[in-house]
Design a binder for this molecule. Structure first.
Ligand code: GLY
Length: 371
């Protein structure tokens, strides 16, 4: 019933287990990693209300005791203050170098807990139990951990791979539809960046997946994780190919900054709009067929997702200001913006060879469609 994908990094290989009921059997899954029968869990108040008792019972099945620190839900928790609180709590809880920290939550908790584990006693192991679709298909796999700081998102952190990831697909039933669809933006990204057949499968199965089809959810998480694992194995620290995972993200990060990282635009929604923009830009530059961006937008629309700049509520800055926000992105190298463009669906590549004028025109056209 469970699928397993191995992230086969030399000396740090780990498994991502995918399927229903994994929280209920967390004890059996995690026990082989433990030197003593206890774990320290970091979570947030939304997730704790839904899943912390179930995790406690799942661990108790094999006699594993759990202590938990519950943080405020929300992006603001991925910051210095909560990081300090986590590290001090873990030290007070006498978590030792050979113990295991468990991250129970979405991307915020996974990134924060992973970073706390990376710096605690110069590095303790951690297990990811991702509870959002976005975290299951992206942030829990690949070892990027960290926090946001005043200077920007994710600017302080470490590569610290988890020892195990338990992606319990039952928890997806508890997500609000908007969060599920935002996570689906990252799923679509995988098809668009490297697997045209997967994108075609999503066109056929995405609506059923959104409506709760368990088999479709497991298959989509599995293929996404497989693709992420393949890329991370090739390029763990993003010297090259890993940047492909940032398809749509240069646009997304500018839009998130422009909307104040607020509820106006969730990260995965920005990724979906960013992917549509990346394909539109690719078509305008003559890299891919004009049908490709139309097909991308048609699928996102069918899923009821945000697709264009016009779908973002409220004011947006002009194209020049959005371009400047892109210039703040981590993916700027030697002052040059790097874009992930595509020669077709499933054929993304990294390039710095994009003129500012082409991007400005694209954004201006998208912004004028709003009025
Ligand atoms: N979320 C992009 C990466 O893990 O590289």
């Amino acid at each position: 019933m469970h699928e397993t994908v191995t992230v086969d990094l030399p000396g740090r290989a780990y498994e991502v287990r995918i399927g229903p009921g994994l929280i209920a059997r967390a004890g059996a899954e995690i026990a082989p990693l433990l030197h003593r029968s206890r774990v320290a869990v970091l979570t947030d108040d939304n997730v704790a209300a839904l899943h912390l008792d179930a995790l406690g019972m799942g661990l108790a099945e094999t006699g594993v005791k759990m202590q938990a620190l519950t943080l405020d839900a929300g992006e603001a928790t991925k910051s210095w203050g909560p990081l300090q609180k986590c590290v001090e709590w873990l030290l007070d809880a006498k978590v030792e170098r050979s113990d295991v920290v468990v991250a129970l939550g979405g991307g915020v908790i996974g990134d924060l807990a992973g970073f706390a584990a990376a710096i605690l006693r110069r590095g303790v192991r951690f297990v990811q139990i991702p509870t959002s679709l976005l975290a299951q298909v992206d942030s829990s796999v690949g070892g990027k951990t960290g926090i946001n700081v005043a200077q920007g998102k994710n600017l302080v952190g470490a590569f610290h791979q988890p020892s195990l990831v338990l992606a319990d697909t039952d928890v997806l039933d508890t997500l609000p539809e908007r969060d599920l669809l935002a996570g689906y933006g990252e799923v679509v990204k995988y098809g668009l960046l490297g697997d045209a057949e997967f994108f075609a499968w999503l066109e056929r199965n995405g609506p059923a997946l959104a409506q709760g089809d368990a088999a479709a959810r497991i298959a989509a998480v599995r293929r996404s994780v497989e693709m992420k694992a393949e890329i991370v194995i090739r390029d763990e620290t993003e010297q090259g190919d890993r940047a492909l995972l940032n398809l749509g993200h240069t646009f997304c990060h500018a839009l998130e900054a422009a909307t104040g990282y607020s509820n106006r635009l969730l990260h995965g929604e920005g990724v979906a709009i960013g992917c549509a923009l990346a394909f539109e830009l690719s078509a305008r530059l003559g890299l891919c067929a004009q049908e490709d961006p139309s097909r991308v937008r048609a699928h996102l629309r069918e899923m009821g997702m945000k697709t264009d700049l016009a779908d973002i509520p409220g004011e947006l800055p002009g194209s020049e200001a959005l371009l400047d926000l892109m210039g703040q992105d981590k993916k700027v190298v030697d002052g040059t913006l790097r874009f992930i463009l595509a020669r077709g669906i499933g054929q993304a590549f990294v390039t710095s060879d994009v003129s500012r004028d082409a991007v400005r025109d694209l954004l201006s056209d998208g912004l004028s469609a709003r009025s």
